[in-house]
Design a protein. Structure first.
Ligand SMILES: [Zn+2]
Ligand SMILES: [Zn+2]
Length: 370
């Protein structure tokens, strides 16, 4: 079968020929892969910034945002059946008995760092024609979501963040008045930094919860991302025409910031404007570009005097995958045009060079695998 792989030792990205994987345990599931999304992580792996092949292999098959169809199941599989569409999870547990996270199926909170990740760290990914894995990592998706299910994995970032937001904010009286037809965050205001796929999907999740949602990003209007945000009722503010200060003045008390750029300078500048009882979520992974100046006195004063919380979040557990499947379904019923315009192109496997190492363009590009 064909698969898209990097060879870090030779700094090569190419299509390789691999033996088709076979079911080897009674709980294994075999998937015929339909498509995989391309994201910044894949592009960074293809620039050899990270990405580790499995032990004994020079090559790493990449891809972690995917959709597959079950074509074969082991004798003891109960979670899925042949013909089901599934989105597989990405991270696999570390082997250590003393890691309570991995031992309870929460490898997204692995303590040891010895987890593996399909398509990223020591395990082949999903940009291949077939994949075999244990049923516990499979998330079934309704058939009518076939065209949009590739967005499930990238939305899990926001879903895991929101699960934690509700948990953390439960420590204070943060609940909004119950208003018929309005969701639970109807009294709160959120700012999203960045309008890439993570930012746009995060904005959709926030709007769905009735946060008054602003997205702050570089490009001037008009642009396709601002158009998507307008369709869903979020407000786009460009850094070219709005300072963070004017954004903060417009929003009022900023209850939540969802950082989705990986730009640490911008994020720490924004943190100054986080409101009373506010929560700030980091999702980006910046490259190390050297220190920048931060007003630590102001930041510490705000954290203390305004009861603020800052947290980072990575990867996702089953709860976030299930929430994501539910919400991609809701988004595509509520905003069909906005959701379909997130997927800016579907390309054959042979276009991998252009998509993975060429100039980044569009919003979410997808590689068809079969
Ligand atoms: Zn990704
Ligand atoms: Zn672990």
């Amino acid at each position: 079968m064909r698969a898209i792989a990097v060879t870090p030792s030779a700094k090569k990205v190419c299509i390789i020929d691999q033996p088709e994987p076979n079911i080897s345990s009674p709980t294994d599931v075999k998937l015929r892969m339909i498509e995989a999304g391309v994201c910044g992580t894949d592009r960074e792996i293809c620039a050899f910034e990270y990405g580790t092949p499995p032990a004994g292999s020079e090559e790493l098959v990449i891809g972690h945002e995917s959709l597959g169809e079950v074509v074969e199941v082991g004798a003891k599989v109960t979670r899925v059946k042949v013909g089901d569409l599934v989105v597989p999870m990405v991270r696999r547990p570390c082997p250590h008995d003393y890691c309570p996270a991995c031992r309870s199926g929460r490898q997204d909170f692995c303590f040891t760092g010895d987890f593996t990740e399909r398509g990223i760290k020591q395990r082949h990914g999903f940009m291949a024609q077939f994949v075999v894995d244990d049923e516990q990592y499979m998330n079934p998706v309704p058939n009518e979501m076939r065209d949009v299910a590739v967005l499930v994995e990238p939305l899990t970032i926001a879903e895991k963040a929101l699960i934690q937001v509700w948990d953390v904010q439960r420590r204070l009286p943060w609940t909004c008045p119950v208003i018929p037809g309005k969701a639970q965050a109807n009294c709160h205001r959120a700012v999203v930094l960045g309008a890439g796929p993570v930012g746009l999907l995060g904005a959709m999740a926030l709007v769905m919860n009735d946060f008054d949602t602003y997205v702050y990003a570089r490009e001037p209007i008009p642009n396709p991302k601002a158009t998507v945000l307008e369709m869903i009722g979020a407000k786009y503010r460009s850094a070219e025409t709005h300072s963070l200060e004017s954004l903060a003045a417009e929003v009022g008390n900023i209850d939540l910031v969802y950082e989705a750029t990986g730009a640490s300078r911008l994020a720490f500048d924004m943190a100054k404007y986080l409101g009373t009882n506010g929560i700030f979520i980091f999702t980006g992974v910046p490259g190390r570009k050297g220190p920048v100046e931060v007003d630590t006195d102001l930041m510490m004063r705000n954290l203390v005097l305004k009861n603020q919380v800052i947290f980072g979040t990575v990867n996702a557990g089953r709860d976030a995958f299930e929430a994501s499947i539910r919400d991609v379904g809701i988004f595509s019923k509520r905003w069909p045009e906005a959701v379909s315009s997130l997927i800016t192109g579907r390309f054959p496997m042979d276009s991998y060079q252009d998509l993975l190492v060429g100039r980044s363009r569009g919003i979410k590009n997808v590689i068809q695998l079969n």
